[in-house]
Design a protein around this ligand. Structure first.
Ligand SMILES: Cc1cc2nc3c(=O)[nH]c(=O)nc-3n(C[C@H](O)[C@H](O)[C@H](O)COP(=O)(O)OP(=O)(O)OC[C@H]3O[C@@H](n4cnc5c(N)ncnc54)[C@H](O)[C@@H]3O)c2cc1C
Length: 451
């Protein structure tokens, strides 16, 4: 096999992609700009450096979607998981790792592999020929980011995420909230009921504003520019500008009638908008925030209808370079306009070390199969890998696309019979189904390259 796979970025995604391709016999070049060119968050020249927390989150592969992703990556012979397991630290049910030992181990493993060449170069352009994976992460260098914008269109690459909290639909109390689009806009039943509305009376609104102003906030990291763009101000910043600001902004109560109390005009209304094609997730419209996670859950559960809300992800605003994958990528992570190029990792709009490595694993396998001339069946959306890749390449709404963690809301619902309707039984059913489907998919892609 004389062809070479080039990978730009040796972080979580690039390292895993390289491993998956090289161990099957493909020649791989990793282009990693560090340590020659640094970022504000990385501190070493190691591959797969963990830039902040040292946790891969829950390792529970029966009850947790990220734990399931661990399982699927282990089952696929993933390097990131193997090294994380080798350097794990005691952390209860979470997978915490010794970050330096982990990154050194990944670096040594890749640098010593006969099929891998690691070059300390920044790639500042879009390669026109050859097989490439771009896995340059949330802190993609400026020159490459500009080249990606030139290729995809300026509105297709973001430099910040502005994430509104996302709620599991089945935890919204529809005896307090109701479905209706503002001013009953829309032709179809789906459009007419696209939003879920949560009404507030004056006292509830005032208490909500007090809690918002008092909540603990996170600061931007050093080196991140705390510049907010128009239209994505954190809600607490809006509230600081005046107690009525939210009531005249994202919480305006106009064009809506509460069927539970049609004669009472709400003082304010919080709206949630459908966030995925399955209709299992809803985002709270305009509620991007820098509140700390614990504070967010407490403050948002003050909203009538969300008192028992389960959050698929909480809100945030971060420095984060990511493309509009639902528009730009096909289901094998190829750039539609230039299919010699794949994207992987956080730049595709997944969020987190594990999710980024997972997309690297898939990109490496897809590239390998393509070079070997083998067709790969779609990754089953019932697996954690498949749910995530299906979401970013199609399931998510392109207009409001923001980075996403893996969570059970991305999976097609399980059909539970009889009494198996409680949450542990439901999650176990998700993970059992995923494991069987992932094992079967791996079988179809298992063959090594011909020599
Ligand atoms: C400040 C900050 C804190 C974070 N904290 C956490 C956390 O606590 N937990 C968590 O799960 N996730 C966290 N994340 C998200 C985290 O970055 C991702 O989860 C993960 O590292 C992404 O993996 P990746 O491979 O996509 O990118 P990275 O791991 O960042 O790897 C990308 C690599 O590409 C290189 N590169 C960039 N541009 C070029 C170029 N033009 N040419 C060559 N090389 C290039 C970079 O040097 C880097 O090594 C954080 C992100 C940031 C920015």
């Amino acid at each position: 096999m004389t062809e070479t796979l080039h990978i730009v970025g040796g972080g979580m995604a690039g390292s895993e992609a390289a491993w998956q391709a090289a161990r099957a016999g493909l020649r791989v070049v990793i282009h990693e700009m560090r340590p020659k060119i640094g970022t504000f968050a990385h501190h070493t020249g190691h591959l797969a450096e963990m830039v902040c927390s040292n946790s891969f989150r829950s390792d529970d592969d029966e009850q947790n979607a990220v734990g399931l992703l661990h399982w699927e990556m282990r089952r696929a012979g993933g390097l990131i998981m193997e090294m994380a397991d080798r350097h794990r630290l005691p952390a209860g049910g979470a997978l915490a790792v010794d970050r330096d030992a982990f990154a050194v181990a990944v670096t040594e493993k890749l640098k010593s592999h006969a099929n891998i060449d690691v070059q300390g170069t920044e790639i500042d352009h879009i390669p026109r020929e050859g097989h490439w994976i771009i896995a340059t992460g949330p802190l993609t260098s400026g020159a490459l980011a500009q080249a990606i914008r030139a290729e995809t269109g300026a509105d297709q690459l973001a430099f910040f995420d502005a994430i509104a909290p996302i709620v599991h639909a089945d935890t919204i109390d529809l005896s307090a909230a109701w479905r209706q689009s503002r001013y009953d806009k829309g032709e179809t039943e789906d459009e007419l009921t696209a939003y879920i509305n949560c009404p507030m009376d004056r006292d509830t609104y005032e208490a909500f504003i007090d809690a918002l102003l008092a909540a603990e906030k996170t600061e931007f990291h050093e080196g991140e520019t705390a510049q907010y763009f128009d239209g994505c101000l954190p809600i607490e910043v809006m509230a600081e500008r005046g107690r009525e600001t939210l009531r005249h902004g994202p919480m305006k109560p106009v064009g809506l009638t509460n069927p539970h109390a049609p004669d009472v005009k709400p003082w304010a209304v919080v709206q949630l908008r459908r966030d995925n094609a399955l209709g299992t997730l809803y985002n709270i419209v305009g509620f991007q925030t820098k509140m700390k996670y614990g504070a967010q859950a407490a403050v948002f559960r003050m909203i009538p209808g969300l008192q028992n809300a389960g959050f698929a992800r909480l809100g945030g605003i971060h420095r984060n370079t990511f493309i509009n994958s639902p528009t730009l990528l096909d289901h094998e992570l190829r750039l539609k306009s230039r299919p010699n190029l794949r994207f992987a990792g956080q730049i595709t709009g997944v969020e987190g070390y594990v999710e980024s490595a997972a997309m690297g694993l898939l990109a490496g396998r897809f590239a390998l199969a393509e070079i070997a001339g083998r067709a790969v069946p779609p990754v089953p959306p019932t697996t954690a890998m498949g749910a995530l890749v299906s979401h970013i390449t199609g399931g998510a709404d392109a207009k409001t696309f923001q980075p996403m963690n893996v969570n059970f809301g991305l999976f097609p619902p399980v059909d539970l019979k009889g009494g198996r309707r409680n949450r542990p039984a439901r999650y176990k059913a998700y993970t059992d189904r995923a494991k069987a489907d992932w094992a079967a998919w791996l079988e179809t892609t298992a063959a090594p390259l011909p020599a």
